[in-house]
Design a protein around this ligand. Structure first.
Ligand code: SAM
Length: 280
C-alpha cells in the first residue's frame, strides 16, 4: 500500500470521529515514519512496510476512539516549547498561554529574585514555560496526582530546569515551604457533562472536574492563596478560568483579597480567561 492509499483509507475511517480527518491521518503517519508531516507530501507514492502499516492502523483505531492526537504522538507544543504528554496529564491548551504571558510581564516588572508556585502543574507546562523565560525565579510545581508529577519531572528534565523547578506532591498550597511572590494555577474548572466526549473519555478526571458548578477549586484555592502570598512586598496570583466564570471567580477573589487590585484578563479570542490579583 502506498502512503497516498494509506492516508485516503485512514481519513475515511476517521471522518466520523474527527473534524480534521486528513490532517490527523497525515500527522499520525508522519509520526509512524519519523518524518515531519510536511515531508509526507513528497513521498506519496512510496510503499509502507507491513510493520509501519500495522503501527499506523493501531493509531488510527485509537484516534477513532477519540483519543487526543497529543497522546498518540506523545508530545504537544506549548508557548513555543515541546512537552511530553500522555494519559496521565491534561493536554496543554493554547488558552493557557495568556496566563504565562501575564506571569512573565508581572515578573519583569518586579526586577528581583522571586519565588513562584504553579498549583496543579500537570505536564509542568506553565512552570517550565515561565522558568525558561525568567532564569531569576525559583518555581514550586505542585500536583495532587503522583502520575502527573512523573510527567512533569520528565519535562523539567527535557528543558534542563531541575535547578529552578522543584516538584511537590500535595493538595493545593499545603506543601509550599515558604511565602510565594507569584502564585499561578490552571485548576480543574469544567462541568464534566458539558465537555467534549473525547476529552471526558481520555483526559484525567482530576484535571477536569470543577465540581457541580465548576468553582470548587477556586473556593478552596483563593482563601488558601491569601495565607501563602508574601506580605510587605508586591505579590500576585493568576488563575485561569472558564470564559463564563469571570464574575463568580472575581467575587470569590474579592472575598479573600478585600484590599487587592483584581482584574479579568481576556484571551486572544476576547474571552475572559485569567483572574489577576495583585497586592502592594
Ligand atoms: C486543568 S489541569 C492543569 C494542568 C496544567 N497546569 C496545564 O495548564 O495544562 C489541573 C491539574 O490540577 C491537578 N489538581 C487537581 N486538584 C488538585 C489539588 N487539590 N491540588 C493540587 N493539584 C490538583 C490535576 O491533577 C491536574 O494536573
Amino acid at each position: 500500500m502506498t502512503l497516498r492509499e494509506a492516508l485516503i483509507e485512514a481519513a475515511n475511517q476517521l471522518s466520523s470521529a474527527s473534524l480534521t480527518p486528513q490532517l490527523d491521518a497525515r500527522v499520525l503517519l508522519a509520526h509512524v515514519l519519523g518524518l515531519a508531516s510536511s515531508q509526507i507530501l513528497a513521498r506519496f507514492n512510496e510503499h509502507l512496510e507491513a510493520e509501519q502499516a500495522a503501527a499506523f492502523q493501531a493509531l488510527i483505531e485509537r484516534r477513532s476512539a477519540l483519543e487526543p492526537i497529543a497522546y498518540l504522538i506523545g508530545s504537544r507544543e506549548f508557548y513555543g516549547l515541546t512537552f511530553n504528554v500522555d494519559q496521565r496529564v491534561l493536554v496543554p491548551r493554547p488558552d493557557t498561554e495568556i496566563l504565562v504571558e501575564q506571569a512573565l510581564t508581572w515578573i519583569k516588572q518586579q526586577n528581583r529574585p522571586l519565588v513562584v508556585a504553579d498549583i496543579g502543574t500537570g505536564s509542568g507546562c506553565i512552570a517550565v514555560a515561565v522558568a525558561k523565560h525568567a532564569p531569576n525565579i525559583k518555581v514550586y510545581a505542585v500536583d495532587l496526582s503522583p502520575a502527573a508529577l512523573a510527567v512533569a519531572q520528565s519535562n523539567v528534565e527535557r528543558h534542563g530546569l531541575h535547578q529552578q523547578i522543584q516538584l511537590l506532591h500535595g493538595d493545593g498550597v499545603s506543601q509550599l515551604p515558604e511565602p510565594i511572590d507569584l502564585l499561578l494555577s490552571n485548576p480543574p474548572y469544567t462541568l464534566l457533562d458539558e465537555i467534549d466526549r473525547g476529552v471526558r473519555l481520555h483526559e484525567p478526571t482530576l484535571a477536569l472536574d470543577g465540581g457541580p458548578d465548576g468553582l470548587d477549586c477556586y473556593r478552596q484555592l483563593l482563601p488558601a492563596t491569601a495565607t501563602i502570598l508574601r506580605q510587605g512586598q508586591p505579590s500576585a496570583a493568576l488563575f485561569e478560568i472558564g470564559a463564563w466564570q469571570g464574575p463568580d471567580v472575581v467575587a470569590l477573589a474579592q472575598a479573600s483579597f478585600p484590599h487587592a487590585s483584581i482584574q479579568l484578563v481576556r484571551d486572544l479570542a476576547a474571552r475572559d480567561r485569567v483572574v489577576q490579583i495583585e497586592q502592594a
